[in-house]
Design a binder for this molecule. Structure first.
Ligand SMILES: C[S@@+](CC[C@H](N)C(=O)[O-])C[C@H]1O[C@@H](n2cnc3c(N)ncnc32)[C@H](O)[C@@H]1O
Length: 265
């Protein structure tokens, strides 16, 4: 199901989940829950209405700049056909749309995608973005469809990271690039402690209060970042998926990492 900007209908029959999806037991090992994908989808459908507000507040307004820097690092041109995987409310897709030729966003959370379509700014000199409801682990596109695949703050949520990377690789044409933006913990020990205090203790409480979340989304956010693979393993796994020339650039003291990788021609 793919539609142009503004054309995804508000979901009907899509129940918002506000039960506790991430309890203490599941948070001990969030990446190895057999039903992680269902929990992730339910959680994002539940927090969709306040997702962008909390992003801006929790990152002190840095999140828009992280996406802009990712677009710049990707050396995007008007010839690019970009697939934004796990596009959520569409912020990275919109940042790409200012430079790229065509932009398609996919996400499996219907409420996030509905907001992406509803909020999309209309620019007469740019083709509209296309929004598709789809699973990043089974992308509904032929091999080699895009010149660029990107994913911001999404890969950490995948049920299977390697399958996600292989799909991002498969739909790229030879010579194409992948850009992945993901949270990380700073390497410096003092910074790591200070950031950990904010990110694991203060942020989940404040974000839960403001968003009135009951799913445990913001405790999951902190735990899923702390428990996620480090940059060395990310680079290895991108290479194992077939990518070459993998580079990693830290942003904002290393709390965000941008990976750029190539599909050999
Ligand atoms: C933290 S949000 C990031 C959204 C957006 N990329 C941004 O920069 O704000 C993560 C998104 O990944 C989506 N997601 C996670 N796993 C997915 C999957 N297997 N297929 C499609 N979307 C997925 C979620 O629904 C959610 O919208």
């Amino acid at each position: 199901m793919c539609k142009d900007d503004g054309q995804i209908e508000s979901p009907r029959g899509c129940e918002s989940r506000d039960d506790l999806l991430w309890d203490r037991e599941r948070l001990t090992d969030p990446h190895h829950q057999p039903d992680k994908a269902d929990r992730v989808r339910g959680m994002f459908d539940a927090i969709a209405p306040t997702y962008q507000l909390i992003n801006t507040l929790a990152s002190f307004g840095r999140d828009a700049s992280w996406r802009r820097q990712a677009v710049a690092l990707a050396a995007t041109t008007s010839q690019d056909r970009v697939l934004d995987v796990a596009c959520g409310t569409g912020d990275l897709a919109q940042a790409f749309r200012q430079r790229a030729g065509r932009v398609v966003g996919v996400d499996f959370a219907e409420r996030m995608l509905a907001l992406a379509a509803a909020h999309a700014p209309r620019r007469q000199n740019r083709p509209p973005a296309i929004w598709c409801r789809a699973d990043a682990l089974r992308l509904p596109f032929a091999d080699g469809t895009f010149t660029m695949t990107c994913c911001a703050f999404g890969v950490r949520n995948f049920q299977d990271l390697d399958v996600g990377f292989r799909e991002m690789y498969r739909v790229l044409r030879p010579g194409g690039r992948a850009v992945i933006v993901e949270f990380s913990m700073p390497e410096n020990r003092l910074l790591r402690w200070l950031y950990g205090f904010y990110f694991e203790r203060m942020m989940p409480r404040l974000a839960t209060l403001v968003s009135r979340d009951r799913t445990g989304a913001y405790r999951y956010l902190a735990r899923s970042v702390v428990a996620f693979v480090g940059r060395g393993e990310m680079v290895d796994r991108l290479r194992r998926a077939g990518f070459t020339g993998v580079a990693c650039r830290p942003l904002t003291l290393g709390v965000v990492l941008v990976y750029v990788a190539e599909k050999g021609s």
